[in-house]
Design a protein around this ligand. Structure first.
Ligand SMILES: O=P(O)(O)OC[C@H]1O[C@H](O)[C@H](O)[C@@H](O)[C@@H]1O
Length: 557
């Protein structure tokens, strides 16, 4: 029996092996071969690789795949039990095995009048109760009935959190900043542990009318605790009122640890609670989103939840072949595992989505950046790619040169918004409309150039234009009809479920993050040395860090 017969033997067949073999065959073809020209088969391929759900459109026709690739990928998804594990997720099974918890962020957006899946009922009821409390707080602030320690109504909300307690709400606040919002309340975000974002706010805001939101699932994250401490010291000093009275009037706590909020001095009436079965990076929909609701009002906050819920339902119901989160996951896994593309760019062609890549970095890299499977075995291939990105049109003037003519291959998601609702005078509207069209044209041009390289240049121009565009960067285009609460809710839930499906394909637990702990512990002991509390330099494990510590201490004298 020769080796080729062996490789085709039914005993050695597995969807993964079939995909590796298929990837090898496809390497012989450039993306431009796959995309073809005007032939009818190329057109059929393109239309078979485009999918619409509501006001979201996903086009993966510039990926290095054929309908046959997709078929193999779907077989793989079936063989990994995506459908069964999706069911387990929604029915509240303890899918977060290491922490022995459910992962029920979908309960936070489950509509009140719709029966949740069996196993999610209690979670949905709990989330709805907290939403009522949240709505009560929002209306108190909006109606001018929330008074600070000196009796003045609140005008500014400072949301203090980091990671999952910051990135989602901040992204939404920026993305929807041009929507009608509550004109009397402004929302600000503070996350960096150095106080750099807090300082200008302390100079600018009125301490008597500022409400702090302390958002921290664990209620122990040093970055957030230190920022809050500084902010409270500012309010206390400026208003000449003791900190516990300030805590009583001008501090809202959002956490999964009510006892810690109480110990901190936050009255029960100002606490919003979510349970530990909502992971930090999946917590935007929980009371962690309170500042978004403060900015946009409950109607728009509910529309955000409705968009995310619509995606949940689509993920639950749609066959895998038409299931957007599954397709996005499969294409991403194909690029990373089978085509060995190590990095993935997120390129929104809309300035309002400037924080999308930071949000997705946490969502994807913290979830699936792991190399030990659920079975305890090492995974022998890269799992999540390194995610990075920026607002596309700006990035064109920064790093696109390397992508077009450098030596790396990347994959990318272009994200674009088809139409913008602008209220302006005729002339300004026309000017803005031209800007929108220009942005969309640039998005399509770059997505084409990424895929086709030199072949994107019309034949008539080839002789005159500088060439050497490498192309072959597989990319998807995610088109939103409009950027509104519903569509961004659906978009983010799409990525959440993408991450879940990939975790199933790679046999990982996407809901823990053990790799971030050690750094925090090391920082704690170094902090003590910097703060002069211990002089145990001999605890520093390497001379490089020790000499840096000495230099810093010398310069801080
Ligand atoms: O919400 P917190 O408990 O303050 O956590 C904030 C962030 O801290 C971390 O270190 C985790 O890696 C993140 O997953 C988390 O979102």
């Amino acid at each position: 029996m020769n080796s080729s017969t062996l490789s085709r033997s039914p005993r050695t067949y597995s969807p993964v092996n079939a995909l590796y073999a298929h990837a090898e065959q496809l390497q012989a073809h450039s993306l431009s071969d796959l995309l073809g020209c005007d032939s009818s088969s190329a057109q059929q391929r393109a239309s078979a690789l485009a999918f619409t759900f509501g006001s979201l459109h996903l086009d993966v026709s510039k990926q290095r795949i054929t309908p046959h690739t997709l078929k193999l990928l779907i077989d793989w998804a079936h063989s990994c039990g995506v459908k069964e594990k999706r069911q387990a997720l929604f029915s509240g099974q303890k899918v977060n095995i290491s922490e022995r918890r459910e992962a029920l962020h979908m309960a936070a957006r489950w509509p009140k009048h719709k029966t949740p899946p069996k196993g999610m009922e209690a979670a949905a009821t709990f989330c709805q109760q907290q939403q009522l409390r949240l709505a009560g707080m929002v209306s108190r602030v909006h109606e001018g009935r929330w008074f600070g320690a000196t009796g003045q109504a609140i005008t500014d909300v400072v949301h203090i959190g980091v990671g999952g307690s910051d990135l989602g709400p901040k992204l939404i606040s920026e993305a929807l900043a041009d929507r009608p919002s509550h004109e009397k309340v402004r929302v600000h975000y503070v996350s960096t542990m150095d106080g750099a974002q807090l300082l200008p706010l302390m100079e600018r805001l009125n301490p008597a009318t500022t409400l702090l939101v302390l958002a921290s699932k664990s209620f122990t994250t040093a970055d957030t605790q230190f920022n809050v401490r500084t902010a409270l010291a500012w309010l206390s000093e400026a208003l000449e009122i003791d900190i516990s009275t300030i805590c009583h009037h001008q501090l809202v706590g959002v956490s999964s640890k009510p006892e810690k909020m109480t110990a901190f001095g936050i009255p029960e009436a100002h606490q919003l609670v979510f349970k530990d079965w909502i992971g930090g990076r999946f917590s935007l929909w929980s009371p962690i989103g309170v500042s978004v609701a403060m900015q946009l009002g409950m109607e728009q906050f509910n529309a955000l939840l409705a968009g995310a819920h619509a995606m949940d339902q689509h993920f639950l119901d749609a066959p895998l072949e038409e299931n957007l989160p599954t397709l996005l996951a499969l294409v991403g896994a194909w690029n990373c595992q089978f085509l060995n593309i190590p990095t993935h760019a997120v390129l929104p062609y809309d300035g309002r989505l400037k924080s999308l890549s930071a949000y997705l970095q946490q969502l994807e890299m913290e979830s699936n950046g792991k190399s030990v499977g659920l079975d305890g075995r090492s995974v022998n291939h890269a799992t999540c790619p390194i995610m990075w990105g920026d607002v596309g049109p700006n990035a064109q003037h920064a790093f696109y040169q390397l992508l077009h003519q450098g030596g790396h291959t990347v994959s990318a998601d272009f994200v674009a918004v088809a139409k913008r609702d602008v209220v302006a005078t005729d002339e300004v509207s026309r000017a803005l409309c031209a800007q929108e069209q220009l942005t969309l044209a640039n998005c399509l041009a770059q997505s084409q150039l990424f895929a086709l390289g030199d072949d994107a240049i019309p034949v008539s121009l080839r002789g005159h234009m500088a060439q050497g565009y490498r192309g072959n960067h597989p990319n998807s285009l995610l088109l939103l009809q409009e950027l509104n609460p519903w569509s961004i809710g659906a978009l983010l839930a799409l990525y959440e479920h993408k991450v879940f499906v990939q975790s199933v394909l790679w046999n990982l637990n996407p809901f823990d993050q053990p790799g971030v702990e050690l750094g925090k512990q090391l920082a704690t002991s170094l902090y003590e040395m910097l703060a002069g509390e211990t002089l145990a330099h001999n605890n520093v494990k390497d001379p490089s860090t020790e000499q840096l510590l000495c230099k810093i201490n010398e310069w801080r004298q």
